[in-house]
Design a protein around this ligand. Structure first.
Ligand code: PEP
Ligand code: MN
Length: 336
């Protein structure tokens, strides 16, 4: 349920109303937007008399929210959420570019790539330390050592780092990680999501291989229900009957999600296509569709990458993509 407050409502009036709603056993979410203040209520709202609430002087309107996702719902928070990450941010008008290798392989590799992606306009460095591989015989990542190397690269370049978690027991290793990624395979690992909800870390939640947008939003809701509102969504392609591409980039997910939620949404054209030469057109298309950012795999020697070489861009190709994307972002801003 949401209550939209009238313009001119004072902070004291808002506090008094919130306190009463909390005393009814409800979680109260306050969103002070540019034009309206919205009070979002989660819990057993059946016991609230909507007509009584609407009759209050300070209340403009009351609506029941039929969607099962509440905190993530645009109706709860009409303005875009902007998630602060170090000295940069994701959401609203800021365009984030997370770039780096699929997996961290060595100090030389990650340092070289970090410097190159920064020079080409990346705002964050990505790199897998714990890798979810389809085969148990494939490289599983450098694990804790991989995180150490990412932190070295962060120190050297100033870029915030994004890396994937696969097990909540590893959380202490992620203390200095700026954005914790939940990969497609763990999107519905609800116990992991609940643990991440207890932190205040920005979480990059990737859409599962065969999950609906509603399921993605419900997973975001798991994190938010625990008190962590810093969730960034990522469309990374879904399984379809098509086999030429690794996955199918669901571009319409971007404007659809922007309608449904206030959370930022970025796109990952690397995992979506599986082919380096398709990354540029899909990156440009995602930016044109209104994405708040991109995640792109970049390797200094894609042919010898230990993971996902076929979809990895060289630093030069990545720089070409960021140039094209920045022109599209400017055009999108003009048309809005
Ligand atoms: C990744 O980002 O390296 C990754 C494994 O992605 P996804 O979970 O989308 O497959
Ligand atoms: Mn990868």
């Amino acid at each position: 349920m949401i209550a939209v407050l009238k313009q001119g409502t004072t902070d004291t009036q808002i506090e008094n109303l919130s306190a009463w709603l909390k005393s009814q056993g409800l979680d109260v979410h306050l969103s002070k937007g540019k034009t309206h203040t919205v009070i979002g209520l989660v819990g057993d709202t059946a016991k609230i008399d909507a007509e009584l609430l609407e009759s209050l002087d300070i209340v403009d309107s009351v609506k029941r929210i039929s969607e099962p996702f509440k905190s993530a719902n645009r109706k709860f928070h009409p303005d875009d959420s902007v998630i602060k990450v170090g000295n940069t941010s994701v959401g609203g008008l800021d365009f984030a570019i997370m770039a780096g290798p699929c997996s961290v392989e060595s100090e030389e590799q990650v340092m070289e790539i970090a410097k190159a992606v920064k020079a080409a306009g990346a705002t964050m460095l990505r790199g897998g330390a714990f890798k979810p591989r389809t085969s148990p015989y494939d490289f599983q990542g450098l694990k804790a050592d991989g995180i150490e190397l990412l932190l070295k690269a962060k120190k050297e370049t100033g870029l915030p780092i994004v890396t994937e978690i696969m097990n909540a027991n590893h959380l202490p290793l992620f203390e200095e990680v700026d954005v914790i990624q939940v990969g497609a395979r763990n999107m519905q690992n609800f116990e992991l999501l609940k643990e991440l909800g207890k932190t205040q870390k920005p979480i990059l939640l990737k859409r599962g291989l065969a999950n609906t947008l509603k399921e993605l939003l419900m997973s975001a809701e798991y994190i938010m229900a625990g008190g962590n509102e810093n969730v960034i969504l990522c469309e990374r392609g879904i399984r379809t009957f098509e086999t030429y591409t690794r996955n199918t980039l669901d571009l319409s997910a971007i404007p659809m999600l922007k309608e449904l939620t206030h959370l930022p949404i970025i796109a990952d054209p690397s995992h979506a296509t599986g082919m380096a030469r398709l990354v540029k057109p899909m990156a440009v298309a995602a930016a044109a569709a209104g994405a708040h950012g991109l995640m792109i795999e970049v390797h200094n020697d894609p042919a010898h990458a230990l993971c996902d070489g076929a979809q990895s861009l060289t630093p030069e190709a990545f720089a070409d993509v960021t140039r094209a994307v920045s022109r599209v972002i400017d055009a999108v801003k003009e048309t809005n």
